[in-house]
Design a protein around this ligand. Structure first.
Ligand SMILES: Cc1ncc(COP(=O)(O)O)c(C=O)c1O
Length: 451
């Protein structure tokens, strides 16, 4: 089905209203167009519904926890209800904990901080840096980096072998992405979880790129923890989530020391400070909680659930087909993939264009077509370098590209993306490749900008 027939298909929803949908931007070639936000994988626009919910609550905003006033109590209830809503959205099990953090990065760093001493961590080199880097900072943790697999089956095999080679061991953790922020491809999380558990290891799933696109159920995936960010889930108010098993969180020192995490603080017999820390989520939420961020996430969870992930995913599948077919029809465009062109994916594509520096290409999409994409290595340097390999980056059209790092262009979309944005993007890629840029560009601070 072509993207232009979407509107007539009744099983498919229309784009959800998001903020900024009518913003007009100038083109270097003259005139202006509606901005096509196609960088959802970095940060998605706020859902109108989330914004409205936050605006309705804002006058009632008050300090969370222990405030005596009415608004403080209301805000505390809203914060704890948001936690319960997120737990329900993720299908949390009895005893699971939902900790509000700042982001996925923060959630995974929190988990790294609470690992029992001697934990062995297994992580694929293909991960986003947020999932790749936190573990190594613990001197008492051993990290095994696994090579990029070329099929989902190979991912499971590679993990199986690595786990088997390390047995017997004490605590172990596998960290894996559910959907790649580079290729958009889905990883076999259920199978990886089964492999981890079969070897006595636990698994944390970086679901930053999956939660905005598909229903995620922690029990069905049988994973131990899930991490994600509000700003990728249409709730850009500075909060994230770590949800899952309570025991390692309860047994470790608080992530941050301070008020909120401590239940009682006193002085010991020889003058030292003695602290009795909370055991629940509050243990790792020291400081004043981000009630608006938490509420915004809960609101987004409800909005997506009420709209229905089936309908959202069906629409996204059709946008994905349009992009996949559109890019395949343009000579010299190479879509980056680990698992092959037909692999199941979310609405994230990275690609290179022969003879084009990616920064130049992305700059032209913005300046001449009003399309916002991203170029670079997407905080997943090892993966992008592996996938880009020897692709040419030099086009001589944007200052000197000699020695420029090989990188890629990423287009990503979601529940708020109108058909027209995807159609404009596919047409623009074809036009740029066939006819070249209409404007000239120069390099400034390592980036291409219109001259
Ligand atoms: C797969 C994945 N994991 C983790 C992150 C980090 O998210 P945040 O920057 O919100 O901490 C991102 C962000 O792009 C991501 O795509």
């Amino acid at each position: 089905m072509s993207v232009s027939t979407l509107a007539s298909d009744r099983s498919v929803c229309t784009p959800l209203p998001v903020l900024g949908r009518d913003i007009r931007v100038p083109l270097v070639t003259g005139g202006e167009v509606t901005y096509a936000a196609l960088d959802y994988a970095a940060s998605a626009p706020a859902l109108q519904r989330v914004w409205d919910d936050v605006a309705a609550y804002a006058p009632y905003y008050g300090s969370v926890h222990r405030g005596a006033g009415y608004l403080s109590q209301l805000s505390t209830e809203l914060f704890e209800n948001s936690r319960a809503d997120v737990a329900a959205f993720l299908g949390c099990r009895e005893g699971d904990q939902v900790v509000f953090t700042r982001s996925t990065t923060d959630s995974l760093n929190l988990l790294a901080a609470v690992l029992p001493a001697g934990t062995r961590v297994f992580v694929f080199e293909t991960e986003h840096h947020a999932a790749l880097l936190p573990w190594e900072r613990r001197a008492d943790v051993e990290v095994t980096y696994l090579d990029a697999p070329r099929t989902p089956g190979q991912a499971v095999e590679t993990l199986e072998q690595a786990l088997a080679a390390r047995e017997p061991y004490g605590p172990a953790l596998v960290c894996v992405t559910a959907a790649s922020n580079v290729t958009g491809e889905l990883w076999p999380v259920r199978e990886l979880a089964a492999a981890a558990h079969a070897h006595g290891a636990r698994i944390v799933v970086d679901a930053a790129q999956l939660v905005p696109h598909q229903q995620v159920d922690i029990e069905e995936l049988d994973c131990d923890w899930i991490a994600f960010s509000g700003h990728k889930l249409y709730a850009p108010f500075g909060a994230g989530v770590l949800a899952g098993r309570a025991d390692w969180l309860r047994d470790a020192d608080p992530y941050l020391a301070g008020g909120g995490a401590s239940r009682r603080v006193g002085r010991g017999a020889s003058g030292e400070v003695e602290v009795d820390w909370h055991e629940g989520a509050a243990r790792h939420e020291a400081g004043s909680p981000n009630v608006i961020g938490a509420y915004a996430i809960a609101s987004a969870c409800k909005a997506l659930t009420e709209e229905g992930f089936d309908r959202l995913a069906e629409r996204e599948r059709q946008l994905i087909s349009a992009v996949r077919e559109g890019l395949a029809a343009v000579p010299g465009v190479r879509v980056l993939s680990l698992f092959g062109p037909e692999a199941p994916r979310v609405g994230v594509f990275s690609f290179t264009v022969d003879g084009w520096n990616s920064s130049h290409f992305a700059a032209a999409l913005s300046a001449e077509y009003g399309i916002g994409v991203r170029d670079g290595l997407f905080c997943a340097h090892p993966l992008v370098r592996t996938l880009v390999g020897g692709a040419s980056s030099a086009d001589g059209g944007c200052g000197s590209d000699e020695g420029a790092p090989l990188n890629a262009i990423r287009v990503s979309f979601g529940a708020g993306t109108p058909d027209e944005h995807v159609e404009r993007f596919v047409a623009a890629v074809g036009e740029l490749v066939r006819h070249g840029a209409k404007w000239s560009y120069r390099t400034e601070g390592g980036r291409c900008v219109p001259a």
